[in-house]
Design a protein around this ligand. Sequence first.
Ligand SMILES: Nc1ncnc2c1ncn2[C@@H]1O[C@H](COP(=O)(O)OP(=O)(O)O)[C@@H](O)[C@H]1O
Ligand SMILES: [Mg+2]
Length: 266
Amino acid sequence: MNATTSTAPARAGTAAAPGEAGSSQPALVVQGLVSGYTPEVDILRGVGLEVRRGEIVTVLGPNGAGKSTLIKTIAGLVPVRSGQVMLDGQSLVGIAAHRMVSRGLAYVPQTNNIFSRMSIEENLQMGACARHDHAGIDEDFARMYELFPRLRERRRQAAGTLSGGERQMVAVARALMSRPTMLMLDEPSAGLSPKLVGVVFAKVREVRGLGVTMLIVEQNAKAALAISDRGYILAQGREQVSGNAQELLSNPEVGELYLGVRRGLS
Ligand SMILES: Nc1ncnc2c1ncn2[C@@H]1O[C@H](COP(=O)(O)OP(=O)(O)O)[C@@H](O)[C@H]1O
Ligand SMILES: [Mg+2]
């Protein structure tokens, strides 16, 4: 059953000026998406969402809602049973996961998202392995080390020896080395201390500044919405509520129903 609060996707915000090339076409469009792991069970049961160019959109929802499945389905790791996924006007349905990079899509899984025995530099190199523009790759190395100075200091160190927050940064930097137009992050704040959560999300904002559009899946509703333009709440394989991030944050009913926030306690 759909919730009645704040259900209309916000249309204002980061939309490009009229007349600007491509302004009307969202970067990512997901419609009626159905997918699952075993033939008899659909996990996603008709999900729809949109991410406009330059936006940060967060998908929230309780454990088991299907957030990771959504990201994995978009990334080609879980087959689409029905529905549509369009990136920059082209369908991604049926495209193998390893080909997504050439479509401009990069994905950072929640766990196992770095090569622990390789150095930071080698991890970043892996991210660029489908590219042949050597000058561009060098430029992107410099850009990543500027964005994450800690990684420059430690670039020869095995990635597995880093702290949780630093590892997350390696994972994001590696994904960015493919020069994606769209980056998807699965729970970038999972397992991090509150202070590090802030650091990681501040970096996410900086990544958007590089011109990357982002779809983030999170359980940490407050921290994620604070840096997002819009949000969707997923429950039982369907999007239940969507709206402007600030509206969602300040809507007590949304907090109570979907985000595990009890009135008067937070
Ligand atoms: N590899 C898998 N095989 C079978 N079922 C899975 C698999 N991964 C997740 N599921 C099931 O899909 C549902 C949604 O899981 P998931 O997408 O991981 O949720 P979330 O990321 O929102 O916590 C859960 O019921 C989970 O048990
Ligand atoms: Mg998950």
